[in-house]
Design a protein around this ligand. Structure first.
Ligand code: KG4
Ligand code: ZN
Length: 343
C-alpha cells in the first residue's frame, strides 16, 4: 500500500511542512519546506520563545501551501495521514503546529499521528534511501541544540535511552562557544567552517566524562574551559580564532565518538546512526567513518543527508509513516503538545 503523509514541525525556530510517500520500507520525499527564523534570532543571539511563536503563526499557512502544492485552495489530493511534532520543544512554538494539525485532521477527516521530535531526528536516516538498509540493533546518537542522547533501538519505534547530557547539549555548547567568540548564531556551522583553517591540537581542551563508566555526557565544562582560556589569553593575532574553534570542535567530537563506540561495543549493535543538527558537522561524520572503517568494519554507519540533519518536517512524516502502519493514531480532540516529552 502507498501512503501519503503530511509532516508538520514547529518545535523550536523552524516552521516546517513536508509531504512524503511511504511504500514497503521506502520513504520518498515529495516536498520539504522549511521557513527558518535564523535571521530573526541572530539579533538576540538565541531563540526568544514569544518571537518564535509569532513567526510560526505567520509562516505556517504559506509553508503548508507550498509543501502540499495546493492548487486554487483545493484540499490536497491523496493525502492519507497528518503527523505532527508534539514535543519536546518550546510550548508556544509546539502549539502552533499541533493546533494546525488538529484543525487539518478535523476538517479533512484524516487520522492524526503524534511524533516525538527526537524520533524524527532518528527517522531522518530513512528518507530517500533504499529500503531495509539499516540493520537492528541500532545505536542512535542524537545531537542537537537541545539534546544529546544515546538511544538503543532493537526494532522500529522502540527506544531505550542509555545516556544523555547532564548539562548543556552538544549543539548548545557550539552555540555558546560561538557567542563567547562573538561569531554569531547558530554557532555550529560557523565554528565548523572556521575550524577547517585551524589546528585541532593547538589547545588541549578537556574531554569531559570521556572515561566515565556510564554513557552520559557533559559539555558545560568544555564551554567553561574555552571561557577561561579566553580570559587568560586575550585575543591577539597570536591567538588564532580558527585554532580555538578547531581545538574545541575536536574535544567535543572525541567525546561523542569515544562514548558512542564504547556503547556500540557493549550492546553489540549492527548500526550506528547520527541525527540532529550537530550531525551536519563534517569532523564528527568523518571521525565516525574513519574509526568504524579501520577498527569496527562490522558496524555500519548511517548519516542523514545534510538537508535532513537540522529541523525539518520530512523526518516527522517518516516516523509518522511507521505509526500509521501500526495504526497508532491520536483523536484530534486528544492531541496535546508536551514540551518535556521524552523518548
Ligand atoms: O536539530 P536542530 O536543527 O535543532 C534542535 O532540535 O535543537 O539543531 C540545531 C543545532 C544548533 O545548536 C547548531 O549550532 C547545531 O545544531 N549545528 C551544528 C552544525 N550545524 C548545526 N553544530 C556543529 N556543526 C555543524 N556543522
Ligand atoms: Zn531538532
Amino acid at each position: 500500500m502507498i501512503m501519503k503523509i503530511l509532516g508538520i514541525e514547529t518545535s523550536c525556530d523552524e516552521t516546517a511542512a513536508a509531504l512524503i510517500e511511504y511504500q514497503e520500507g521506502r520513504f520518498r520525499v515529495l516536498s520539504n519546506v522549511v521557513a527558518s527564523q535564523i535571521n530573526l534570532h541572530a539579533a538576540t543571539g538565541g531563540v526568544v520563545p514569544e518571537v518564535a511563536a509569532r513567526a510560526h503563526l505567520e509562516n505556517i499557512i504559506p509553508v503548508l501551501k507550498q509543501a502540499l502544492q495546493v492548487k486554487k485552495n483545493k484540499p490536497p489530493i491523496g493525502l492519507d495521514f497528518i503527523a505532527v511534532t508534539i514535543g519536546p520543544g518550546l510550548i508556544t512554538s509546539l502549539r502552533v503546529g499541533v493546533e494546525t494539525a488538529r484543525l487539518l485532521a478535523y476538517s479533512l477527516q484524516k487520522p492524526l499521528i503524534a511524533v516525538n521530535h527526537l524520533e524524527g531526528h532518528i527517522y531522518a536516516n530513512w528518507l530517500d534511501r533504499p529500503p531495509k538498509e539499516l540493520l537492528f540493533p541500532i545505536l542512535c546518537l542524537i545531537v542537537s541544540g537541545g539534546h544529546t542522547e544515546l538511544v538503543l533501538m532493537r526494532k522500529h519505534l522502540a527506544y531505550e535511552v542509555i545516556g544523555e547530557t547532564r548539562d548543556d547539549a552538544a549543539g548548545e555548547a557550539f552555540d555558546k562557544v560561538a557567542a563567547l567568540l562573538d561569531l554569531g548564531y547558530p554557532g555550529g556551522p560557523i565554528i565548523s567552517k572556521l575550524a577547517e583553517g585551524g589546528d585541532q591540537q593547538a589547545i588541549d581542551f578537556p574531554r569531559p566524562m570521556i572515561d566515565s563508566p556510564n554513557f552520559d555526557f557533559s559539555f558545560a565544562g568544555l564551554k567553561t574551559a574555552v571561557l577561561y582560556y579566553l580570559k587568560k589569553n586575550h585575543l591577539t593575532p597570536a591567538v588564532k580564532i580558527a585554532d580555538i574553534c578547531a581545538s574545541f570542535e575536536q574535544a567535543a567530537v572525541d567525546v561523542l565518538v569515544g562514548k558512542t563506540i564504547r556503547a556500540a561495543k557493549k550492546y553489540q549493535v549492527k548500526t550506528i546512526l547520527l541525527g540532529g543538527g550537530v550531525a551536519a558537522n563534517h569532523r564528527l561524520r568523518e571521525q565516525f567513518g574513519q574509526i568504524l572503517t579501520s577498527q569496527f568494519p562490522a558496524i555500519s554507519l548511517s548519516l542523514p543527508q545534510l538537508d535532513y540533519t537540522t529541523d525539518n518536517a520530512a523526518m516527522i512524516a517518516a516516523a509518522g509513516a511507521l505509526y500509521a502502519q501500526q495504526k497508532k493514531f491520536v483523536p484530534w480532540s486528544k492531541i496535546k503538545a508536551d514540551p518535556n516529552l521524552t523518548l
